[in-house]
Design a protein around this ligand. Structure first.
Ligand code: MD6
Ligand code: FE
Length: 217
């Protein structure tokens, strides 16, 4: 059973190289260098309108990753717990629209509806993201589509229980990864980034976009 069986004719729509890593499709170089720069420029505008912030974990510690979002929803966490919010915690404003290139990536994999959240994670050297499940969305039949920009990241993915065995893979600038079907609820996280590898971000580091549908249809 190869990719052909999993993706069928849809594969022809996708540019670049697709690898199945631990059963998860990773579209290497889905965005070429020009597209990466163009998306980055959109993300800079978004960060100006909706400044990235470090959510506070349930333990009362700020996360090492800085977060903002485009679209209707943004993930948020403070001492009261975590949830999706619809207004920026500092400005009180709605989040900016999702960039066209990110929407295009989503539509390669899901045509039933647009995403209503594009979460943007910024990793500086030393930042990481603990093992978690994305399960606060209304309908798990929608995928989560991830786009990586900048320095490589070591992505760890396990099973449906926190203690299940995990495997790791590197995500590079321009790669798109899709968590759908039986992979949708797997525990996953980022162990570390390899700082100084990519020249895309002026100050180095990594950006990750995850496109999702949070609300009901
Ligand atoms: C990251 N990614 O790559 C964190 N979640 O920085 C995620 O948490 C993630 O890549 C759901 C689906 C795909 C992901
Ligand atoms: Fe996640």
């Amino acid at each position: 059973m190869g990719l052909q069986a999993e993706w069928g004719k849809d594969m022809a729509l996708v540019s670049g190289m697709v690898e199945t890593v631990h059963g998860i499709p990773v579209f290497r170089g889905f965005l070429d260098a020009d597209e990466q720069r163009s998306l980055l420029s959109d993300l800079r505008d978004i960060a100006r309108a909706a400044p990235p912030f470090s959510p506070i974990t349930g333990w009362g510690k700020p996360m090492s990753v800085r977060i903002t979002a485009a679209g209707r929803f943004c993930w948020y966490s403070d001492r009261r717990g975590y949830r999706y919010i619809e207004a920026h915690p500092a400005t009180g404003q709605a989040f900016p629209p999702i960039p066209a290139l990110a929407l295009r990536a989503w539509h390669e994999f899901e045509t039933r509806a647009d995403p209503d959240c594009c979460l943007i994670n910024h990793y500086r050297e030393g930042a990481r993201m603990g093992l978690h499940q994305d399960r606060d969305e209304a309908d798990f039949s929608f995928p989560v589509v991830s786009i990586s920009l900048g320095d490589p990241a070591l992505f760890r993915i396990g099973g449906l229980e926190r203690g299940d065995p995990t495997r790791s893979l590197w995500l590079y600038s321009g790669d798109v990864m899709v968590l759908s079907g039986e992979n949708r609820l797997r525990f996953h996280g980022i162990d570390r980034i390899k700082a100084g590898e990519s020249a895309l971000l002026k100050d180095g580091g990594r950006l990750n976009l995850t496109l999702r549908r949070v609300g009901e249809m």
